[in-house]
Each structure stands twice: as structure tokens, then as C-alpha cells.
Design a protein around this ligand. Structure first.
Ligand code: SF4
Length: 293
């Protein structure tokens, strides 16, 4: 039985839950994330996103036309002050099958990375290896992560502005060892809605800065930039996310995606020639953006 059912929920929270379930279900369906007979390992860090992910998947499991198994997993990285009893108690209370994996990646990272340097990339690599190994041990063919729409958009900007690549975070991908499919069922959910839901549900959140690392500075800057944009021109994050799903290779510049070299008068080109269009760009939403002449 789900904990969610025991908690008296306000009608607003109920509505928000339904909305998020709808969004999650839509993403799962559109990207065919979960199929009959799947075993899904749900990665739970104790943050708002992973609690929401688990709640959504449990709710959808009840009424999905396909049968799948969910196993919640938490990796105890032995960070000082990590409250090791919180997640097991929570998993017990909601009656989900779970696995807690203990691995002192904290010491490894502290040992290998000089003081003041960013620890996240080594930490994530170690974590990824442990998650894949656990999925194999448990016979899970899918691994669900709690990244949401805003994470995906921020990653796009991060890669564009600092990595010179037009690349976001995919809703679904195959792991390097070809053993599992990683899914992001919250791809259509905004961070603000997830935060509201998590507050309403009073999830026992575990702080994410126990390792002492500051959040990646560049990612933080991108977040601030998007937040600022969204305040001034509401709906921009959503619009950028839609753009990720709506790519026009003939209007980018990647020879690998579109054969510009062999372009002839007969080559079909999506969306036609916009080279001489007016610099005013009609953008879906409320505010047209004026480009400099
Ligand atoms: S914030 Fe800490 S726990 Fe999270 S990835 Fe970075 S080093 Fe690891």
C-alpha cells in the first residue's frame, strides 16, 4: 500500500499529483520507456526529484496496461552526516521493494581530487558504475533517473555555451556496456511543479550538499540565466524543451546530419529558405523576441 494513500492531501496537491502523473505517463508512452515484463531500478538519492519519480512510477504501475516491477535503490556514498536510516524507513513505509548499496565513494573522491577542485565528475562516474552493477545483480533491464525538463534544458545550454555541442540530456539511452536502458520519466515535468509536489507531500528530503561540494558553478550560472529569462519571458524553458524535440538538421550546420556539401537544387529542405525573412521572430507563447537588425 502506498504511503501517499495514507496522507490526507489537499485538493490542490491532488490536482498537482494528477497533472504530474499525466506528464510522466505521456513521456513514458511517447518514448516507450517501460514495456511489459520490465524490471525498473529507480535511483533514489533522497532529493525531491527522486521521491517524486518513485511516487509517479508507483502510481502509474497501479493502472498501467503493462506489468512491470519496480525496485528502489539508494547508494549510501558514506558522506559525513548522511542519515542512513531515512530512506530504508521510507521505502518500508510505502511498501516498495528496495536495495541499499553502501560504497565509500566519498573517501575515494576526497583522496583522488585535490582540495578545491570539482569532485562531481569522478563521483558521478563511480556512482554510475555501482548503479549499473546493482541493476545487473537485481536483473533490472531499465534504470530510472529523476532528471526533469529543466535539467535537460540546462544541460543543452551547458553543452552549447561551454562544450561547443548541441546536445542535451536524452529521455532514454542505452548504457555504454549495452546492458541497460536508462530512462528519465520526469522529462515532461518542470522543476517548479516537482518542488511544489515534494513540499506538499512532505517527503523526508536528504540535503544534497553533504559531500561539501558546491554545485557545479557553470550549471548554477545556466540555471540562474534560465530562471531570469523565464521570469522576464514566461514559458521560455518550455519552448527550449520543445525545440529539443523539434530539430531541423537542414537549418543547423552539421554535415553529418545534413549533407550540405552535396546539396543540389533538388534536395528537399525542411522549412524552406528563411535567409531573407524579417528579423522579428514569432515565438510560440506571449512575447515575440525582436532580434537586432
Ligand atoms: S555534489 Fe557531491 S555527491 Fe553529488 S556528484 Fe558532486 S561530489 Fe558527488
Amino acid at each position: 500500500m502506498s504511503l501517499i494513500m495514507h496522507i490526507p492531501v489537499s485538493s490542490n496537491l491532488q490536482k498537482l499529483r494528477k497533472f504530474l502523473e499525466g506528464r510522466t505517463g505521456k513521456a513514458i508512452m511517447e518514448y516507450n520507456m517501460i514495456e511489459d515484463g520490465d524490471t525498473v531500478l529507480v535511483c533514489c538519492s533522497g532529493g525531491k526529484d527522486s521521491y517524486t519519480l518513485l511516487a509517479m512510477l508507483m502510481a502509474l504501475q497501479q493502472r498501467a496496461p503493462v506489468k512491470f516491477r519496480l525496485i528502489a535503490m539508494n547508494l549510501d556514498q558514506k558522506q559525513p552526516g548522511f542519515p542512513a536510516d531515512v530512506l530504508p524507513a521510507y521505502f518500508e513505509s510505502i511498501g516498495i521493494e528496495y536495495r541499499i548499496v553502501e560504497a565509500d565513494t566519498y573517501s575515494v573522491v576526497k583522496d583522488k581530487i585535490p582540495e578545491g577542485k570539482t569532485t562531481c565528475s569522478l563521483c558521478s562516474r563511480l556512482r554510475r558504475g555501482i548503479i549499473y552493477r546493482t541493476a545487473k545483480e537485481l536483473g533490472a533491464n531499465k534504470i530510472a533517473l529523476g532528471h526533469h525538463r529543466d535539467d535537460m534544458v540546462h544541460t543543452l545550454f551547458l553543452n552549447m555555451l561551454f562544450g561547443g555541442k548541441l546536445k542535451a540530456m536524452p529521455p532514454k539511452l542505452v548504457t555504454d556496456d549495452k546492458a541497460h536502458v536508462v530512462i528519465r520519466p520526469l522529462a515532461y515535468c518542470s522543476e517548479a511543479d516537482i518542488a511544489k509536489f515534494a513540499r506538499g507531500m512532505d517527503f523526508p528530503i536528504i540535503p544534497c550538499n553533504l559531500c561539501g561540494s558546491q554545485e557545479n558553478l557553470q550549471r548554477q550560472k545556466i540555471k540562474e540565466m534560465m530562471h531570469d529569462w523565464d521570469k522576464r519571458y514566461p514559458g521560455r524553458t518550455e519552448s527550449v524543451f520543445t525545440a529539443i524535440q523539434n530539430v531541423v538538421p537542414s537549418h543547423l550546420g552539421d554535415n553529418g546530419l545534413f549533407d550540405f556539401r552535396n546539396l543540389t537544387l533538388d534536395t528537399p529542405v525542411d522549412e524552406g529558405d528563411i535567409a531573407f525573412d524579417s528579423p522579428e521572430m514569432p515565438i510560440s507563447g506571449t512575447i515575440p523576441i525582436k532580434l537586432p537588425a
